[in-house]
Write a protein that binds this ligand. Structure first.
Ligand SMILES: Nc1nc2c(c(=O)[nH]1)N[C@H]1C(S)=C(S)[C@@H](COP(=O)(O)O)O[C@H]1N2
Ligand SMILES: [Mo]
Length: 329
């Protein structure tokens, strides 16, 4: 990223209005959970329904105690407080719309995110060219509350909505030659004025190893806080890989290509000494220009320690068994 230190986040004072808006979000969110209880992983605790009991054919115990309808946390959801909708949608990195954190919120609303076509091709038996809404509607949406750690040492907690990437990849049937997945952002300098400047090689490209792409934590996000994804956050479709630095989370995707070779990635091309292909969050491997041992949570004061794999080591460390993560950073 640039040498300039990121600006301080907006103040964390919670005004009554902000509280009210946040409450409305939560209520909306609860409604969304109720509608999709079967797919959000945690399900609902209703009238003493126990998680171990099957949903269909369920008969409540005679002694069941009525409980409030509280969405249970999904297996991968963090219980940490969520970053405000305001902060998530106004403090962004999206260089296609400028380099300052508040540029994307001011400029990206002109991006035409519908109609939008996504190509899924390469080493697959069933290549597809689909309208994004058709793609989204062919899978149940899931909510995932993930930490996001930017390589610049700030972090957020974001309630995403989306589709596990693995489900899409299963559908297109990777061939036995597929080893990686390459992603490409829209290239359209008229709509994305940042692409008129050579600050990065356009279009923005990213990549994952196939096993990383198939991991159940890896999400194609279509929304956040129960609503459609705002353009500044990468509408209509962006990648979320919560154990990796935020720059792996490529926005406004138009193409997903299964490949035999490791794909080129934008930040690695821009500066390979500072940004690796793997980009796993690692407090023990400092950025050449700053420490990665701690981070600033947007909306909070003070710093907190950065966790290996951003706190997802239990789920993903096995993917990297036998690798030297200081060399393959
Ligand atoms: N196409 C594209 N995708 C991108 C970026 C970008 O500049 N262009 N920035 C990345 C970086 S550095 C981060 S930290 C996250 C930020 O996501 P957010 O703005 O939704 O928090 O998006 C990533 N995806
Ligand atoms: Mo980032």
């Amino acid at each position: 990223m640039r040498d300039k230190l990121p600006p301080e986040p907006p103040g964390s004072e919670v005004t009554p209005e902000k509280l009210y808006l946040r409450r409305r979000e939560l209520i909306k969110n609860a409604g969304l959970f109720a509608g999709t209880a079967a797919v959000v992983g945690g399900g609902l605790y209703l009238l003493g329904l126990k998680r171990t009991q099957p949903m269909d054919g369920f008969v409540p115990d005679a002694g069941a105690v009525a409980q409030p309808v509280v969405p249970a946390r999904g297996a991968f959801d963090t219980a940490e407080p969520r970053t405000s909708y305001e902060d998530i949608t106004t403090y962004n990195n999206f260089y296609e719309f400028g380099l300052d954190k508040n540029d994307p919120a001011r400029r990206a609303h002109t991006l035409k995110t519908r109609p939008w076509t996504v190509v899924v091709d390469g080493e697959v038996h069933q290549p597809r060219t689909v309208d994004v809404d058709q793609l989204i509607s062919s899978f149940p949406l899931e909510e995932r509350v993930y930490r996001m750690r930017c390589v610049e040492a700030w972090s957020m907690v974001i309630p995403w909505l989306g589709i596990p990437l693995g489900k899409l990849l299963e559908q297109v049937q990777p061939t036995s030659f597929a080893k990686y997945v390459a992603f490409t952002t829209l290239e359209d300098p008229e709509q994305m004025p940042g692409q008129k400047s050579p600050v990065l090689d356009w279009p923005y490209v990213e990549g994952l190893r196939l096993d990383e792409a198939l991991h159940p934590l890896t999400l194609l996000a279509t929304g956040l806080y129960g609503k459609q994804l705002p353009a500044q956050n990468g509408a209509p479709l962006r990648l979320v890989v919560p154990w990796k630095y935020g720059f792996k989370g490529i926005k406004s995707i138009v193409r997903i290509t299964l490949t035999r070779e490791q794909p080129r990635t934008t930040w690695n091309l821009a500066n390979g000494r500072e940004y690796g292909f793997y980009a796993n969050v690692n407090p023990e491997v400092d950025h050449p220009r700053w420490s990665q041992a701690s981070e600033r949570r947007i909306g909070d004061s003070g710093r907190r320690p950065t966790l290996p794999f951003n706190g997802y080591a239990e789920q993903v460390a096995d993917l990297y068994r036998g690798m030297d993560l200081k060399r393959d950073f």
